[in-house]
Design a protein around this ligand. Structure first.
Ligand SMILES: Cc1ncc(COP(=O)(O)O)c(C=O)c1O
Length: 389
């Protein structure tokens, strides 16, 4: 088939938020104030203001700002005392640090399967994997779609096992019309560059309704300090702080997050319409159900084609210049996990194993236009025909 459109380049962008004058002004005013005599980069009051605003936005009593979602997860594992002999149950379809946060503490990761519609960890599958060693359950709000929070609450109520959500994709995600940040024991957010909001490239937060847990996380993020008439160090801690400048930008990013999500949602909706009826492509679920619209992840329905995802993406990327990313290869396929004995066979999660071979993310961001969506959909249809030749 001959192409009837001009080839354009649509890269998979590294910037998920929107930066504007307000963010630049926030940076400048912090730097200018710090540079005056007596000034400093000590993070208050921006840190407190940002934490309060973020907790409020995500429906939690407390937020603790940290320098990444990876460190947020590490802190939660440490605060819960995860260690050798423990098992942490999670999904195979996630970024590597959802598992390595537990492995780093000496625990073993146990994989449970995902829901084939939402691609999130399935509470029914988790129940089959619980043992007396299960220390934590770690679901991911995959791509911005909420995991089954009620299902996980029921498990926590019955077993007492804490739920820590990986909410890296979930700034503004809603479950049953409420933000997800107050669910479970805690949630770990990311403000890294391609996320829904970003604090100058890196950043994260832990949200929780548990004051005692919040205090342990707060101490551990800052060398175990307890402030008072005398500074005390009460636990082993680290320096995982977000800087004053980043906290100030967190506030400006948060002020426009609803507008950013609305733009993302518009692009997601348009792409859903553009791909309607393309039977080789499985579109994402839950777009109208509080989806945070972080990643637009489609699946190549490998039961309906004679080629694999690599063949399709080869044409899509090289001929039609549409940048795609894979979120994610199955966790057991990373060398670090394979070397520790994790494997597809041992994990025994057939739904996730299949999904990990089918998924790819299209370049949808707040700046994506209807025209971009139309081009991407056209390029996918062309590539489906050509990959099969
Ligand atoms: C699901 C998931 N968890 C955790 C992280 C780690 O986030 P950060 O880069 O803020 O450490 C990411 C980053 O992309 C992610 O996608």
């Amino acid at each position: 088939m001959h192409t009837e459109r001009t080839i354009r380049e649509i890269p998979f962008g590294a910037m998920g938020g929107v930066y504007a004058e307000d963010d630049i002004d926030a940076v400048m005013s912090v730097v200018q104030a710090a540079a005056r005599p007596g000034g400093s980069f000590f993070p208050l009051p921006e840190e407190t203001d940002f934490q309060n605003a973020f907790a409020d936005h995500e429906g939690a009593a407390r937020a603790i700002a940290v320098n990444s979602c990876g460190t947020a997860l590490d802190l939660c594992m440490m605060a819960l005392g995860v260690g050798p002999g423990d098992e942490v149950i999670t999904t195979p379809l996630t970024f590597v640090c959802t598992a390595t946060c537990a492995i780093a503490r000496g625990a073993r990761v146990v994989f449970a399967d995902i829901d084939p519609a939402t691609l999130c960890l399935d509470p029914h599958a988790v129940r089959q994997r619980i043992t007396e060693k299960t220390k934590v359950i770690l679901p991911v709000h995959f791509a911005g779609l909420a995991a089954d929070c009620d299902g996980f609450d029921a498990i926590a109520d019955e077993t007492g096992i804490p739920i820590i959500y990986d909410a890296a994709h979930a700034v503004s995600t809603r479950y049953k019309d409420r933000p997800v940040g107050g669910r479970g024991k805690a949630s770990c957010y990311s403000f890294q560059s391609n996320k829904n909001m970003t604090t100058l490239g890196e950043g994260g937060a832990v949200t929780t309704n548990d004051e005692e847990f919040a205090e342990i996380v707060r101490q551990k993020k800052t060398f175990g300090y307890v402030y008072g008439p005398e500074l005390r160090v009460v636990t082993v801690g680290f320096n995982y702080r977000l800087t004053k400048v980043q906290c100030a930008v967190g506030l400006t990013q948060l002020a426009k997050i609803d507008e950013v999500i609305a733009r993302r949602l518009e692009a997601f909706r348009h792409m859903q319409r553009m791909l309607e009826g393309v039977e080789e492509i499985i579109r994402p679920a839950g777009i109208e159900a509080g989806h945070g619209c972080h990643l637009y992840v489609v699946r190549l329905d490998t039961d309906k084609v004679t080629f694999d995802r690599a063949a399709l993406l080869h044409v899509l990327k090289n001929k039609y210049k549409v940048g795609c990313a894979i979120h994610y290869p199955a966790l057991w396929s990373w060398e670090v996990l394979a070397q520790l004995g994790y494997s597809e066979r041992a994990a025994d999660c057939p739904i996730a194993a299949k999904a990990c071979r089918q998924v790819f993310s299209l370049p949808l961001f707040p700046h994506t236009t209807a025209e971009d969506c139309e081009y991407i959909a056209w390029a996918i249809k062309q590539s489906l025909v050509e990959a099969g030749k």
